[in-house]
Design a protein around this ligand. Sequence first.
Ligand SMILES: NC(=O)c1ccc[n+]([C@@H]2O[C@H](COP(=O)([O-])OP(=O)(O)OC[C@H]3O[C@@H](n4cnc5c(N)ncnc54)[C@H](OP(=O)(O)O)[C@@H]3O)[C@@H](O)[C@H]2O)c1
Length: 230
Amino acid sequence: MIELAVVGARGRMSRLIIEAINQDKEIHLCAQLSRSDNQDLQQIKFPIDVVIDFTVPATTLEHLAICKERGFKMVIGTTGFSKAEQALIRDAASVIPIVFAPNMSIGVNLSYKLLEIAAEVLNGQADVAILDIHHKHKKDAPSGTALKMAEVIKNVSGAEALSLEISSMRVGEVVGEHSALFVLNGERLEITHKATDRSLFAKGAIHAAKWLVNKKAGLYDMQDVLGLRN
Ligand SMILES: NC(=O)c1ccc[n+]([C@@H]2O[C@H](COP(=O)([O-])OP(=O)(O)OC[C@H]3O[C@@H](n4cnc5c(N)ncnc54)[C@H](OP(=O)(O)O)[C@@H]3O)[C@@H](O)[C@H]2O)c1
């Protein structure tokens, strides 16, 4: 049995993750930790295979330090890290295996591949815009996914050669929508992903946790988990 701990257990995403774990016979929820219950990952005496963390950057980094020290593997879904904070995650991944992905959906991760193809073919000829639309409770903007989409396009096109804008809207209860627009003379290519149910991210996180159990130390993302890496 795979033993999973969920931190930030009262959060919107964590509640869905807990629900999905409880419906899966291959995995067991050995701990659900919440600030309001005053529970602490450090105090846990029993073994944990993977800690799943969808919280806020500062809290994730506290959990990261404990996981690194205690040898717990981690799935990190939290978004909004600075570059320096991302470096801390990379550093910890030299000691423990970590899946770190701003978006756990199959569709979004497939869209990164499509963006690579579009950027390769258009070879810097198009102006590019990325639009991210999310619910009004989301704390970070642009979204981690929008930033990742921009990174994928810039890696292929060359950052300097490219005009790339990101716009974010925070409105209502929109689960998450991302569009990349490649604007050429007389035509426009749009690659769009719309998430309609947040439970898809929970399923992705559990898929990542199961995949991670037998992995060595290293920093992985959903491209690795889904076998989409070249
Ligand atoms: N990777 C993905 O696929 C994906 C998908 C959706 C969302 N996300 C990201 O996951 C994160 C959580 O999203 P969510 O919608 O579940 O948010 P949320 O409902 O606000 O939940 C965050 C939880 O984090 C815990 N927490 C710990 N320290 C905190 C602090 N200082 N301030 C606020 N909360 C704190 C709280 O749980 P307790 O009260 O139980 O401690 C809180 O309920 C965000 O970064 C979001 O962008 C990622």
